[in-house]
Design a protein around this ligand. Structure first.
Ligand SMILES: [Zn+2]
Length: 144
């Protein structure tokens, strides 16, 4: 079996810039939030951000406030969309999932955007691991 699922992720540049700005503002703590959007099979479109309060006591962790998560889900549903992913920053790390992120991931096909410095990378969680995907303003094809 050599075939891989191919995700296509549309991320408007304005939203990518917002995440980088939130990451800078939260430094040295992590910023975190949820992504509202639409998904059809392996096509994911990000439509809006929902910043969520980070309850983590350590600077290199995030723990989303459940009330903020609930409010984000409610808002997404009201827009006829869903929460299809999350974003957070690695203030002094790399824009790649950490071991802690892997331990906390669970929802299949959930989109993870990770910001570090000027970098913002996208990953989809499936089958116990993260796969990096390329994002674009329009539908683009994953690198795999
Ligand atoms: Zn992380």
């Amino acid at each position: 079996m050599t075939s891989h699922p191919t995700w296509r992720v549309a991320l408007p540049p304005v939203l990518a810039e917002q995440i980088s700005a939130l990451a800078r503002a939260a430094h040295p703590a992590e910023c975190c939030g949820l992504l509202e959007g639409v998904r059809a099979g392996d096509v994911i479109g990000v439509a809006a951000l929902h910043p969520v309060r980070n309850r983590a006591g350590q600077p290199d962790r995030f723990d989303m406030d459940p009330r903020d998560q609930f409010a984000a889900q409610k808002a997404a549903r009201a827009n006829g969309r869903a929460i299809i992913g999350c974003y957070h920053s690695h203030p002094d790390g790399e824009a790649r999932p950490s071991a802690h992120d892997l331990a906390g991931a669970g929802e299949a096909d959930f989109l993870w955007l990770i910001a570090a410095g000027d970098a913002l990378n996208a990953f989809v969680y499936r089958d116990g691991g993260f796969r990096e995907v390329i994002t674009g303003a329009d539908w683009v094809t994953s690198s795999e």
